[in-house]
Design a protein around this ligand. Structure first.
Ligand SMILES: Nc1ncnc2c1ncn2[C@@H]1O[C@H](COP(=O)(O)OP(=O)(O)O)[C@@H](O)[C@H]1O
Ligand SMILES: [Mg+2]
Length: 290
């Protein structure tokens, strides 16, 4: 059962000194084969990352998945943010995921083309904090990747926690062919962390599709005057300085918050807003590069 397996990841698996060494090696080999099989049916894997929390990784992941699936691409969305899984809320995943006959997790299907799984769907108590050390998280993410019945996909979007630690590193090691998208907000405090993310990508040889600048500018709903809430232009400047593609800028829009909280990403709607137009351009830029 998947729940039992997650418990074993929590405890770091069985200990070789207790005679489980061969068992563990065999299990890991099985897991590696399962991961390879599952990933071989997925054309493009896109890893959305950032050195900073709260910049919009999950919102960009959810909307990117929604937009691609709306365009007719078979899309998967996987949330491996053990400490702050937002995708379940943003896509309206309310129940624990079902398990197939082969003991694999069945993703939730939305609007025909989108399949979603979140680590949160494995947790019985959604409000309980997960307090795990690196090896437990690494084991859990690897196992999660190997335990989902994705089938054939055009895109898999992976949303991970912020930073350059165990979780992003495990994603890169488990899915080495993934392409990164770095999300930032325009102010220097965020950009300082983003430069670390870019250095992380270079160090671990994660090819990067480019930088998305989020929450760049807000139009006052009363007078339509633009307000730079978090400064402006920092994402593009950083992309240039680091020799990366600038994929585009997304404005601040309160509907991103309400639609995320309601479980229906804004890109599922066709509301003609500046946000959806800007997002469409970003997706065009991504598709051009692929
Ligand atoms: N462009 C945007 N306009 C308005 N709110 C946004 C925008 N992007 C993200 N948010 C909101 O900011 C908060 C943090 O975003 P989230 O995607 O959870 O960030 P992260 O995954 O990087 O921690 C959420 O409440 C989300 O709805
Ligand atoms: Mg998040």
């Amino acid at each position: 059962m998947i729940h039992k397996s997650v418990d074993s990841a929590k405890s770091g698996g069985s200990c070789p000194s207790q005679g489980g060494g061969q068992d563990m090696a065999a299990r890991q080999q099985q897991e590696d084969v399962a991961i390879k099989n599952s990933l071989s049916k997925i054309k493009h894997k896109i890893f959305v990352l950032s050195g900073k929390g709260g910049v919009g990784k999950s919102s960009v992941s959810a909307n990117l998945a929604a937009c691609l699936s709306k365009k007719g691409y078979k899309t998967g969305l996987m949330d491996v943010d053990v400490h702050g899984p937002s995708i379940a809320q943003m896509l309206g995943l309310k129940d624990l995921l079902e398990i197939s006959e082969n003991q694999l997790l069945i993703p939730k299907e939305i609007n025909g083309n989108l399949k979603v799984v979140s680590v949160q769907a494995l947790m019985q108590d959604k409000d309980q904090a997960i307090i795990w050390r690196g090896p437990a998280k690494t084991g859990m993410i690897k196992q999660f990747v190997s335990s989902v019945e994705w089938g054939e996909l055009d895109f898999l979007i992976i949303d991970a926690p912020p930073g350059t630690g165990d979780e992003p590193l495990t994603v890169v090691q488990t899915i080495p062919e993934a392409l990164g998208i770095v999300v930032t907000t325009p102010q220097e405090v965020a950009l300082a962390d983003i430069r670390k993310s870019i250095s992380f990508c270079k160090t671990v040889h994660l090819k990067t599709l480019g930088i998305v600048e989020n929450m760049a500018g807000f139009k006052c709903p009363h007078c339509n005057e633009p307000i730079d809430l978090f400064s402006s232009g920092g994402g593009e400047k950083t992309a240039k300085a680091q020799g990366l593609e600038f994929l585009g800028s997304l404005p601040f829009d309160t509907r991103v918050v309400t639609s995320g909280d309601a479980g229906v990403p804004m890109m599922f709607e066709d509301n003609g807003s500046d946000f959806t137009k800007a997002f469409d351009k970003i997706v065009e830029n991504i598709l051009k590069q692929l």
